[in-house]
Design a protein around this ligand. Structure first.
Ligand SMILES: Nc1nc2c(c(=O)[nH]1)N[C@H]1C(S)=C(S)[C@@H](COP(=O)(O)OP(=O)(O)OC[C@H]3O[C@@H](n4cnc5c(N)ncnc54)[C@H](O)[C@@H]3O)O[C@H]1N2
Ligand code: MOO
Length: 463
């Protein structure tokens, strides 16, 4: 059963929607979102980027036999003596893909190919390039110099990768290329994964132009839908693009209703600050259980989160924007509008992101992405932070988290360094494009001096 905003707020110590720390936001969202519960079986090619719904127990051992890691000669390592060269008699050849059928006695060796099963009684392989061979009385002899290897070298043990009956991949694993290979190595062509998450998104604002519309004074092209599309696609969710929605109650209600009916989560951008001119906040309150936050962070201060009712129970009538379930009074409105909304439990999770293009990306990476990964059933959802030496001074006020666009490079001496990529305005996408990570200046941290070590959230593998 999902918790209401009030329930979650009551669980959080020191919860103040007007002054939340980034850590409190993470904690709040952890309570707000729940993993999906439906799973499906998919073929291995469709499993990339999906999350395992159950443990994969290894049906066989990998490798299935002790085998050679080198092309060379297999022999009994007990014959090796420190400081002594060894001479062995060649009695046959073991090829990969079939077991060698002969028998070996003391002082014998078998020529062996990489991957071939180790003949019974032999445990060591000398790579062929370490050896010299000659023929004595019609027999080939293999000479191994002193001290070039130890007993057991160059032999891969049965089950050293995976043992039959052990958990090869745990439920909650986000399947990457290595996991696909591992599944295939177990002979598994199909796998059980959680169903794909559906995420709907739209941009709000009367000044926002869709691509294809001619430029006009005071208007800007919608960039947020494209960054959100990219961020969601990288995450492997099913995206539902609902376009640009005018700041007009009927259009906003229709967009929220459609999004809540089709998706597990809704991402909007714009209209969550205190501006007088928009209906977005009012509509969010009217159609759902939503909190409006001011987060102690930069960029990305205002944000709305909650749930939007899944049922389309509201009958819209053109009689004044009075959202009956809303505690917030209607903003100044030219259109009259009324919603008869009955709040239903559950519904789609709402992430109402601030309009500024970099604030959208930063709030997505800091909060939305970990929350969506949790909804996807993934067990790990925060990327590790890299430690890098900052090459410049950064001004930072303690008491808020700041994310600065950074370019991480490796210096000639091998040190990992980071510098900022220029204008850090929350509308400036060009410095985001030049960055390969976000410098994370933590809540309590103060100014950074050149040479100080800072944390960086790298984009690689994330966006
Ligand atoms: N009095 C206050 N004013 C503002 C505050 C505040 O705390 N008190 N917070 C500021 C911060 S921080 C941000 S961020 C913005 C967020 O405001 P909104 O979420 O209401 O966003 P808008 O006003 O709609 O837009 C802000 C900005 O972003 C541009 N924008 C919006 N959508 C898009 C889009 N899809 N593509 C490209 N650009 C977009 C929009 O044109 C505005 O320039 O509020 C501050 N004000
Ligand atoms: O912090 Mo706003 O979120 O400036 O862009």
């Amino acid at each position: 059963m999902s918790l209401s905003i009030a329930d979650i707020a009551a669980r959080l110590q020191g919860y103040d929607p007007q002054a939340l720390s980034a850590a409190q936001v993470g904690e709040f969202l952890h309570h707000l979102v729940e993993p999906v519960t439906e799973s499906e079986t998919v073929g291995i090619f469709d499993a990339l980027g999906r999350v395992l719904a159950e443990d994969v127990v290894s049906p066989l051992s990998v490798p299935p036999h002790d085998n050679s890691a080198m092309d060379g000669f297999a022999f009994d390592g007990a014959a090796l003596q420190p400081g002594q060269p060894l001479v062995l008699r060649l009695v046959g050849t073991a090829y990969a893909g079939r077991a060698w059928q002969g028998t070996v006695g003391p002082g014998d060796c078998v020529k062996i190919m990489t991957g071939a099963i180790m003949p019974a009684g032999l445990d060591t392989v000398v790579p062929q390039e370490f050896t010299r061979t000659d023929t004595v009385d019609g027999h080939t002899q293999v000479h191994i110099p002193a001290d070039v290897l130890r007993a057991g070298d160059n032999r891969r043990l049965c089950g050293e990768d995976l043992m039959q009956g052990s958990v090869a991949l745990a439920r909650g694993t986000l399947l990457g290329p290595a996991a696909l290979g591992l599944l295939a190595s177990l002979g598994l062509a199909q796998v059980r994964v959680w169903r794909r998450l559906r995420v709907a998104y739209f941009s709000t604002g009367d000044e926002i132009l869709s691509l294809g519309e001619p430029p006009r004074e005071g208007a800007v092209y919608d960039s947020n839908r494209y960054t959100v599309f990219g961020l969601l696609t990288r995450l492997g969710v099913q995206v539902i693009d609902l376009g640009v929605v005018r700041d007009e109650p009927a259009q906003l209600e229709a967009a929220f209703r459609q999004a809540a009916a089709q998706a597990d989560a809704i991402i909007t951008s714009g209209g969550v600050s205190v501006g007088e001119a928009d209906h977005t906040r009012t509509m969010m309150r009217a159609l759902g259980d939503v909190a409006f936050w001011r987060i102690a962070m930069r960029p990305g201060r205002p944000m709305a989160v909650g749930r939007i009712a899944a049922s389309a129970m509201a009958a819209a009538a053109q009689t004044g924007l009075q959202a009956q379930s809303a505690s917030e009074p209607a903003k100044s409105s030219t259109t009259s509008y009324q919603i008869n909304s009955t709040l239903q439990p559950g519904g789609a999770v709402l992430f109402g992101l601030p309009g500024n293009p970099v604030a959208v990306m930063v709030t997505f990476l800091a909060f939305v992405r970990p929350a969506l990964l949790r909804m996807m059933g993934a067990s790990a959802n925060t990327p590790p932070l890299l430690r890098a030496t900052c090459t410049e001074a950064l001004r930072k006020k303690p008491g808020r988290t700041e994310y600065q666009r950074g370019l991480v490079t490796t210096a000639a001496d091998g040190t990992v360094q980071v510098c900022t990529t220029g204008n850090q305005g929350s509308g400036v996408l060009s410095s985001m494009v030049q960055a390969n990570g976000l410098i994370v200046l933590h809540h309590a941290q103060g100014n950074v001096a050149p040479g100080d070590v800072v944390d960086v959230m790298m984009f690689d593998g994330v966006i």
